[in-house]
Ligand binder design. Structure first.
Ligand code: ADP
Ligand code: MG
Length: 408
């Protein structure tokens, strides 16, 4: 059943997100600035608080890990420096409380862990100061993806101020906060903004040339020699640059193109594989965004599916709206007004779930819109199956009807 095929990749792991590149490309300015913010540590001074921001995939995590591992290495050369670095991704740590508990546990032995419930936040902070002070060292706390911390963001000013507030005597702590969203800053408690954003470094999106250099270097490690047809790296870079300028997206495209070539038993990765990879990744992205939609978006989408099954598509808004009314009637939900329903259609169009066509009927007919699914109906079904609805939706039945109509 499984057979090893190694004609395309040498080591595909190199294209994965958790790979740590030994060189950071195209970020000389940011590296220089970042380095100067970290320099006090080597001189035995208080670590600065640093706020790093930029869209996803622009190298914030990679650059941070790269610099901090060098800092750790170089600090060993100095006997009078004792440095501890703690890296944490906040994706699953959505409150100051959880971050603090996890920091305490990170510093404690397995037998001595504290539970995530049952203590007031102030007690957890007291434990944290004790743990920090017992290290008697310089400490850098990296909180990656801090935008996940919602509500109380006290951790972001409690840690930087711990020493000033007299909570720490023997250790010096600095925070590096990394955010995918600059607006996060505006929502911060002013105290947190003051301390955390002491030094700010912005990571802008990459342009196509920069992405091309990042990909070229990485692809030499990832692929067998000469398996990438000419133009492949250029196309991956151009697609990612025109979208969000994300190196992650460019690397994902390259990896997926390689997978497709391997599946199709081709000897070369070609531009056609990149095109297929682009469609596939887009589909996956849409499926992911479908999961996060509201009930009304989902109902709107199901109405469109019903129109695809029963009517001629692209269908006019009024046709889809009728489907919607009978759907909400069936499940006993309250119906949106027609205008609100149109807004949901537009939202789904912006997400790429629907395609919209503008029709112009000349002087008398005026302009109107028609919609159809912007992706294969089968991917909509499989996405719908993964969603937990607040109403009963028989996807299998819809699929049968679509089959009966010959749409799938
Ligand atoms: P972010 O944290 O900003 O979302 P990452 O640091 O995780 O982005 O980068 C995404 C991917 O792109 C990773 O695989 C990373 O190794 C790679 N990458 C990003 N920027 C660079 C760069 N300047 N040089 C080399 N690789 C990079
Ligand atoms: Mg990151």
């Amino acid at each position: 059943m499984f057979e090893r095929k190694q004609t395309i990749f040498d080591n595909e792991d190199v294209l994965h997100d958790d790979y740590r590149p030994d060189k950071i490309e195209e970020r000389d300015e940011e590296l220089e600035m970042y380095k100067s913010c970290l320099l006090p540590v080597i001189n035995g001074n208080q670590p600065r608080n640093i706020f790093l921001y930029g869209k996803t995939g622009v190298g914030k995590t990679a650059t941070t890990k790269y610099l901090l591992s060098h800092l750790e290495e170089d600090s060993k050369k100095y006997d009078d420096i004792d440095l501890n670095i703690i890296y944490m991704n906040c994706e699953d740590l959505t409150s100051s409380y959880r971050v603090a508990v996890n920091l305490v546990n990170e510093l404690r032995s397995v037998e001595n862990q504290v539970s995530e419930t049952g203590y007031p936040l102030s007690a957890i902070y007291t434990m944290l100061w004790q743990e920090f002070d017992s290290l008697e060292s310089q400490i850098i706390i990296v909180l990656d993806e801090i935008d996940y911390i919602s509500g109380d963001d006290s951790i972001l000013y409690q840690i930087p101020r711990a020493r000033t507030n007299g909570n720490l005597e023997k250790s010096r702590v600095g925070i590096i906060g990394i955010s995918n969203d600059f607006k996060f800053r505006e929502m911060l408690d002013p105290r947190a903004e003051d301390t955390l954003c002491e030094r700010e470094i912005h990571f802008p999106p990459y342009d196509a040339n920069e992405l091309q250099n990042i990909l070229s270097r990485r692809s030499k490690l990832a692929f067998k020699p000469d398996v990438l047809a000419s133009g492949v790296i250029g196309l991956c870079s151009a697609i990612a640059a025109s979208d969000k300028g994300s190196a992650r997206q460019a690397l994902d495209l390259l990896l997926e193109s390689g997978h497709i070539a391997r599946r199709q038993n081709d000897e070369l990765v070609t531009i056609s594989h990149v095109e297929q990879a682009k469609l596939l990744l887009r589909k996956q992205q849409v499926e992911k965004s479908l999961r996060d939609l509201t009930v009304n978006d989902h109902l709107t989408l199901v109405s469109m599916v019903l129109a695809e099954i029963d009517e001629n598509v692209p269908a006019r808004r009024s046709v889809i709206f009728k489907k919607y009314l009978s759907l909400v009637g069936d499940i006993g939900n309250e119906a949106l007004g027609e205008r609100a329903f149109h807004n949901h259609l537009s939202e789904l169009t912006m997400l790429g779930v629907l395609d919209r066509y503008e029709r112009n009927e000349g002087r008398n007919g005026g302009i109107y819109y028609q919609y159809e699914l912007g992706m294969p109906i089968e991917s909509v079904f499989s996405a719908l199956e993964d969603i937990h609805f607040s109403f009963d939706l028989d996807v299998e039945n819809l699929r049968d009807r679509a089959r009966y109509k010959g749409i799938i």
